[in-house]
Design a protein around this ligand. Structure first.
Ligand code: FAD
Length: 221
C-alpha cells in the first residue's frame, strides 16, 4: 500500500523479511469480497481476477461424500457487487511481491527485538544489524516478534492486560499443497468457472479441504 501512495504523499519505507522467498508454499486462499476494493486501490485487481475463480460457496461433506451443508458466498454479489474469490496462495504472493521494488525488501532479516524512544524505533535483527525508522508496522504474523517486544515493554510498565499474558498455543498442524495441472476430463469440476471450497470432515477429527484453482489445479490442505 505504501508503494501506491500518490507521489506527493510518498513515505520512504523498507520491509524486513525473515524468509528468502525461494519457494512460497501454501494451498488455496479464499478471499472475502470486501477485499476487492483494496485490490483495485493498489492496482492489482486485474491480475488477481485473472489468477482467481469466483467462489460460490463452502460445502461441508462427510468423508463418505454425504452432504452436511453449505455456506453461501453468493451474498457477496449483492452486498459488494462481487463474489468472494479463491486462488492459489503462492500466486497471490507472487502478484503482491511483483509490485514492490526489490530494493524495498531485505530478505533473511529476522527481527528479534524492537526498541523505541522519543526519536523513533529500532529493529534488531538476528544477524546483528539494526534498522531505525520513525514508525514500525508489525506485520510479522501470529508469533510476531514485534508484538512480543511491545508486550514485554507494556508488561514491564504494568500496562499489559492480563488476558494478553499467555502465549499462543500451537494446537494444529496443517499439511498444504497444490497439485500439478490435472486432466479436466477426469476431474470435470475443474471446467467450472465458479469454485466450490469443499471441506471434508475426515475421521480422527482431521478435516481437510479441496479447492478447484485456475490452471486445472487443486489446492489441498
Ligand atoms: C492453514 C491456513 C489456512 C488459511 N486460509 C485462509 C483463507 O483461506 N483466507 C484468509 O483470508 N485467511 C486464511 N488464513 C489466515 C491467513 O493466512 C492469515 O490471517 C494471514 O496470513 C495473516 O497475515 P499476516 O501478514 O499477519 O501474517 P503472515 O501471513 O504470517 O506473514 C508474516 C510475514 O512476516 C514474516 N516474519 C515472521 N516473523 C518475522 C520476524 N521475526 N522478522 C521478520 N519477518 C518475520 C514471515 O516470514 C511472513 O512473510 C489461513 C491460515 C492458515 C494457517
Amino acid at each position: 500500500m505504501l508503494e501506491h501512495l500518490p507521489e506527493d504523499k510518498k513515505v520512504d519505507y523498507l520491509i524486513l523479511e525473515r524468509s528468502v522467498f525461494s519457494n512460497p508454499l501454501g494451498s488455496a486462499i479464499s478471499l472475502h469480497a470486501s477485499i476487492i476494493p483494496l485490490f483495485k486501490q493498489i492496482g492489482i485487481w486485474e491480475e488477481v481476477q485473472k489468477a482467481s475463480k469466483p467462489m460460490s460457496h463452502f460445502s461441508l461433506k462427510c468423508e463418505d461424500g454425504t452432504d452436511l451443508g453449505s455456506v453461501d458466498f453468493a451474498y457477496g454479489q449483492a452486498d459488494y457487487s462481487y463474489y468472494g474469490l479463491v486462488m492459489a496462495r503462492p500466486d497471490l504472493h507472487e502478484i503482491l511481491l511483483s509490485h514492490v521494488p526489490p530494493e524495498k525488501i531485505l530478505t533473511g532479516k529476522r527481527i528479534v527485538s524492537v526498541t523505541q524512544d522519543d526519536i523513533g524505533v529500532s529493529c534488531h535483527c538476528s544477524d546483528s544489524t539494526i534498522y531505525h525508522g520513525d514508525i514500525l508496522v508489525g506485520a510479522d504474523g501470529a508469533y510476531s516478534a514485534v508484538r512480543q517486544s511491545l508486550y514485554k515493554d507494556l508488561k514491564d510498565h504494568g500496562n499489559l492486560p492480563r488476558h494478553d499474558f499467555s502465549c499462543i498455543k500451537l494446537d494444529q498442524v496443517v499439511v498444504v499443497g497444490i497439485t500439478e495441472p490435472l486432466n479436466p476430463n477426469e476431474y470435470p469440476m475443474l471446467k467450472e468457472d465458479v469454485c466450490q471450497f469443499r471441506i471434508v470432515l475426515g475421521g480422527n477429527d482431521r478435516p481437510y479441504s479441496v479447492t478447484k484453482l485456475r490452471g486445472n489445479r487443486e489446492g489441498l490442505s
